[in-house]
Design a protein around this ligand. Sequence first.
Ligand SMILES: NC(=O)c1ccc[n+]([C@@H]2O[C@H](COP(=O)([O-])OP(=O)(O)OC[C@H]3O[C@@H](n4cnc5c(N)ncnc54)[C@H](O)[C@@H]3O)[C@@H](O)[C@H]2O)c1
Length: 442
Amino acid sequence: MFETSVNPLANLMARIQDRSAVVGIVGLGYVGLPFAAEKGKTGFRVLGFDRNAKRVAQANAGASYIKDVPTETLYSLVRKGLFEATSDLDRLSEVDVVVICVPTPLNRNLMPDLSYVEGSTRAIALRLKPGQLISLESTTYPGTTDELMRPILEAGGLKAGVDFFLAHSPERVDPGNLRYTTKNTSKVVGASDPSSLAAAVAFYNQTIQKVVQVSSARAAELTKVFENTFRAVNIALVNELTLLCDRMGLSVWEVLDAAFTKPFGIMPFYPGPGVGGHCIPLDPHYLEWKAREYNFNTRFIALAGEINRSMPEFVAQKAMRILSDRGMGLRGARVLILGVAYKNDIDDSRESPSAEVLHLLACRGAEIAYHDPHIPSFSERGHHLRSQDLTAERLRQADLVLILTGHTQVDYPLVVAEARVVLDTRNATRHVPGAKPNVILL
Ligand SMILES: NC(=O)c1ccc[n+]([C@@H]2O[C@H](COP(=O)([O-])OP(=O)(O)OC[C@H]3O[C@@H](n4cnc5c(N)ncnc54)[C@H](O)[C@@H]3O)[C@@H](O)[C@H]2O)c1
């Protein structure tokens, strides 16, 4: 049967402490690749797994496709033999620690789609060895690690907490954030038995500045979904205030700027054309779904989702009003969108509210062009566009310039100087000096 002559926990802990443990990372995306780089930089040998052959080839060439990981860093790790990528899941048997960073999307009915987590867990279970630590980093509802993963992993006869170790440590990375990175963002770790917790804490302590322990995997899972729900709800609150200010003829930006001068009891959140990315629009629904098992309605989540999802339509309506005030309809109007990434200064357009705004305007007959310095081409909801250069002529030709993402490298003084009218949903023109009669804020 299995090799049990050594204490699996003591053996793993020793290999983690002296950094001879080999780290496997399943899913080399926005979360997995930065984590791989962080582990490699501290001397662990990292084997990255991804089923996307293009990503594997790029990673093995040391060419980073994730902005937060500089190519020089990845290239140097590959050259030193500290990082290698593969699609061959049989090589899971070479690693001591497996970190799962695969997607956790929603299906069309806003229900959790755990097929990626389940698929990778089954792949790991087939090759599970005594003494391995499995840590799930994907965001998910409370219960995934213990209720979904554990039975699959234990089916071959090994027991979690005794023969192998199982933990959840949600990833909190904020892509594009230069101040808080994988290394200096504290890491929550939870496991449902003391040995798994000890192994996971020891593992994360090697590379992360502060590790925060909680007493179960479920508590760690809930912590992460709560954090994203907190953001979704507060963004919805300022978005709702925006809708009210629009009717009252007040500037929500002025009100928020004034409110955020209070040094306690409030924190800044800003309105926009909706929420995007792979976290805020999705994760709260994981909790909403799980809560139903407890006959519990998460009303804040439902309401926040409703408000945030209504923002693209509000932006489209406001664009129509602006054009109508100038004697134009949307049909045939030339609209230049600035920014299709879901937030400032990143190259990720997943779930971007820009896609919905673009779709709503295009469906009503507008001629759309876009400029985004981070996203050279954009294919969403049947629309296939390429980013246009931002020139004075292009700005002058547009009937409406619509700022949907406030990328800092956009030349806003040029936009304000040349555009006939600008609808600025991010207050990106805030720092352009002088009077701006052609700029209308959300
Ligand atoms: N992107 C973020 O900002 C962020 C932040 C915190 C947490 N998260 C969470 O982290 C998880 C991963 O997100 P991401 O943004 O890194 O996703 P991603 O889509 O950028 O990367 C996931 C990678 O996993 C690979 N993959 C999928 N199934 C696989 C399998 N069975 N075996 C091997 N590889 C597989 C995909 O090819 C892809 O390269 C999600 O749960 C997400 O909610 C994301």
